[in-house]
Ligand binder design. Structure first.
Ligand code: PLP
Length: 389
């Protein structure tokens, strides 16, 4: 059975071109970049090359990029680093209830340490209203953190508008762009952000490596302490092969992004339309047009998303309920709940996320298999029986 992978938002396979670029840095150019011998210096040069590539794709300067172990570390670094470095100015942080756990759990951690967090609500599409953000600002506000696009239901937030407000009020602005960098144009000046998180394994790079963009002049406390790597902003021997992979992946993404976004948008819309037409009692979650080109999140009435995902897996199709991090637990999605979905709609949701190796033929097969599965499960669903009576 040919596997159909539709969980690219959780992680992507590494592009063979990226593997090729990385390989010599494991066994050949393996020197420590802090070493003064040429072997170490070659590794150092490779890191600096990757830094330039990352900075170019997001419209930043190379020295504004700090390599990290991925999106989670970048988010933690941004929030904790800014909070600790600026607590003399204030203790208030504004965010939304639909952020990734890497942000919401960090906010909880800061709350336990005396910071005050305001969660500005989102509408039924998961969109935050910039004017609500503005209203939440107080004299103590030091940071706003809003994700660029949501990993579960794909909605793209009005970052540039919030950026203007943050700038006018002289408040630092962080965005978690883990789902957009490498997929959509991202420019830190156009978005008006001071800090931006990205992660390589979401755009065909390796896992365990990412970056935090930190605008020059931003006051931020280091998150990891030790050596002097990354201009003393992130201690620890650099993950050289990972960083080289990130650099190559972002370079490829820059070349392919526009075409790929158009192609995926067509496939995404075909899948959405197909589900809505073929299966009744279904609804699309997230914004209908302001959404990631590769995200389809649907609720299936009278069913649990979990059983649909298990049945799809038996047919060789990988999809997920909620985000990769929470799908191992049976906690209902905090994102869909914050959008006001009923618990039935939340539990009945499934996310399909498309990518580089998704074809039209695969979408047709998914539609065929999914329709059969939903009908089969509904035939034995007690909720469906109740509805019929
Ligand atoms: N932020 C968002 C929006 C994500 O989708 C993810 C990964 O699922 C993360 C942060 C965490 O990134 P990483 O897996 O690189 O730690």
């Amino acid at each position: 059975m040919r596997r159909i992978y539709l969980d690219y938002a959780a992680t992507t396979p590494v592009d063979p071109e990226v593997v090729k670029a990385m390989s010599s840095f494991f066994t050949d150019t393996f020197g420590n970049p802090s070493g003064t011998y040429s072997h170490g210096q070659e590794a150092k040069e490779a890191i600096e090359g990757a830094r330039v590539r990352v900075s170019e794709l997001i419209g930043a300067e190379a020295d504004e990029i700090v390599f990290t172990s991925g999106g989670t570390e970048s988010d933690n670094f941004a929030l904790v680093g800014v909070a600790y470095a600026n607590q003399a100015k204030g203790n208030h942080i504004i965010t939304t209830p639909v952020e990734h756990h890497a942000v919401t759990e960090t906010c909880k951690y800061l709350e336990e340490r005396g910071f005050r967090i305001t969660y500005v609500p989102v509408d039924e599409y998961g969109l935050v209203d910039p004017s609500d953000m503005e209203k939440a600002i107080t004299d103590d506000t030091i940071l706003i953190s809003v994700m660029h696009a949501n990993n579960e239901m794909g909605t793209i937030e009005p970052i540039a508008e919030i950026g203007k407000i943050a700038k006018a009020r002289e408040i630092y602005f962080h965005t978690d762009a883990v789902q957009t960098v490498g997929h959509l144009p991202v420019d830190v000046d156009e978005l008006g952000v001071d800090l931006l998180s990205l992660s390589a394994h979401k755009f065909y790079g390796p896992k365990g490596v990412g970056a935090l963009y930190i605008r020059r002049g931003i006051e931020i406390a280091p998150f990891l302490h030790g050596g002097e790597q990354e201009r003393r902003r992130r201690a620890g021997t650099e993950n050289v092969p990972g960083i080289v992979g990130l650099g190559r992946a972002i370079e490829l993404a820059g070349q392919e992004m526009d075409k790929e976004a158009d192609r995926l948008t067509c496939l995404r819309d075909k899948l959405i339309k197909g589900i809505l037409e073929r299966i009744d009692h279904t609804r699309l979650n997230g914004h209908p047009s302001m959404r990631l080109p590769n995200n389809v999140n649907m609720s299936f009435g009278f069913l649990e998303g979990e059983s649909i995902v298990l049945n799809l897996d038996l047919e060789g199709i990988c999809a997920s309920t909620g985000s990769a991090c929470s799908s191992a637990s049976l906690e209902p999605s905090h994102v869909l709940s914050a959008m006001g979905l009923s618990s039935e709609q939340v539990y009945g949701s499934v996310r399909f996320s498309l990518g580089k190796w998704t074809s039209e033929e695969m979408i047709e097969r998914v539609l065929e298999v999914l329709t059969k599965i939903v009908h089969k499960l509904r035939a034995v669903s007690p909720l469906m029986q109740e509805n019929r009576q």
